[in-house]
Write a protein that binds this ligand. Structure first.
Ligand code: SF4
Ligand code: SF4
Length: 109
C-alpha cells in the first residue's frame, strides 16, 4: 500500500463526483454512482478529495515512516458555509484525535 494513498468507502459514497472533479491527477473515477481511485500509486496525498467529500467517505493513510503511526485521517466540514475543517485521525491502537483548522488561517499552517 502506498503511504500517500487514499481509501474510498464505497458504502458511504453518494456519487456526488466532487472528489473526481478536484483531483489534480484525474485519479478518481465514478462508476455505478460510486467513486473509485484508479491508481493509488499515483496519488501524492494532496488531500483535495478528502476536503471536498460531503460525507467523509475518503480516508488518507498516515504512513508510519511519516510519523503517522499507520493511522487513517478523514476530514469533515460540519457547516457548508463555515471555514472550519474537522480532521479525524484514527490510529491502529483504536485511539483517535480530532483537529480543527480554519481555512481562513491556511497560511499559518
Ligand atoms: S489525495 Fe489528491 S492526488 Fe490523491 S486522489 Fe485525492 S485529490 Fe487526487
Ligand atoms: S466526494 Fe465523496 S460522496 Fe462524492 S463521489 Fe467522492 S467519495 Fe463519493
Amino acid at each position: 500500500m502506498n503511504i500517500m494513498s487514499i481509501e474510498i468507502n464505497r458504502d458511504m459514497c453518494i456519487g456526488c463526483k466532487k472528489c473526481a472533479e478536484v483531483c489534480p491527477g484525474s485519479l478518481i473515477s465514478i462508476s455505478a454512482n460510486k467513486a473509485k481511485i484508479k491508481s493509488v500509486e499515483r496519488c501524492w496525498g494532496c488531500a483535495s478529495c478528502l476536503k471536498e467529500c460531503p460525507v467523509c467517505a475518503i480516508s488518507f493513510f498516515l504512513g508510519e515512516d511519516m510519523g503517522g503511526l499507520g493511522g487513517k485521517m478523514s476530514v469533515y466540514k460540519p457547516n457548508k458555509n463555515d471555514t472550519a475543517l474537522h480532521w479525524f485521525i484514527s490510529l491502529p491502537d483504536k485511539t483517535s484525535r480530532k483537529i480543527i483548522t480554519d481555512t481562513k488561517n491556511a497560511n499559518k499552517y
